[in-house]
Ligand binder design. Sequence first.
Ligand SMILES: Nc1nc2c(ncn2[C@@H]2O[C@H](COP(=O)(O)OP(=O)(O)O)[C@@H](O)[C@H]2O)c(=O)[nH]1
Ligand SMILES: [Mg+2]
Length: 248
Amino acid sequence: MKLTGRFRANGRTDESAETDETDEYTFDDLAVVMGTYNEEQAIAQVLTDIDEVTDGKAEVVCVDGSSDRTPEIARKLGATVIEQEPQGYGIAVREAVLTPDRPIVVTTDCDDTYPMEQLPEFLELINEGYDVVSGDRLYYGAAAMPAFNRLGNHLFALTASVLMGQRVHDTTTGMRAYRRELLHEIAWTENTGLSAELLIRPLMRGYDVTERPIRYDERAGESKLDPIEGGLAIAKSIVKVCLEERIR
Ligand SMILES: Nc1nc2c(ncn2[C@@H]2O[C@H](COP(=O)(O)OP(=O)(O)O)[C@@H](O)[C@H]2O)c(=O)[nH]1
Ligand SMILES: [Mg+2]
């Protein structure tokens, strides 16, 4: 486990920053978490990919609201499954990110769209000192994303950038790595807009956040988010969270 930490942008230094400790986080320190809602077409592939890439070392947590075989498949493949009535993306993902005891928490969707093969790169960036590493799907064009969603995601990122005064490129990505401690230091309020909130609050509080390009694949199974209703909720969350952080 890594004990070192560089000077933190929010003004704190990790306790052992002055020691010569050079150990780094490994996959044994990593938990991959997700909300799962009727994802039986995708879950086996997603969990197998995580297992292969991390040599079976990452802990996997699924917060599940399914009525299909998703939780059964997840348990069979070694994941911890927390059952929860389906109440929306953010209610599930908030529970998921707060569950692991491991120091690094990575989120993903359970739809086979996110590149688990980039987990080593995300871990490496945390080891370099970042608090949050955020996957930017729009960098490579996100051709697999419906055009309406792609346009919406560009607009969300632009709006958030203007309101924050810092350029971000993908505010609604499902794939990020976080230091566990920051997930517990901040109070999370959003549901559909949680993904944006998980980027905006750390950024506006001075944590070290970086975006990295990721590939984005065709989804296996149906999307659980309505593009119009969900898009409006996300836009509202972005404005609300940015304003709250400004006056904090
Ligand atoms: N447990 C739970 N998971 C959810 C809920 N809504 C969405 N999810 C999961 O959250 C992730 C993101 O949803 P997804 O349909 O991929 O959204 P999209 O990427 O915008 O199309 C997926 O893994 C879903 O299964 C919910 O109400 N409860
Ligand atoms: Mg998805």
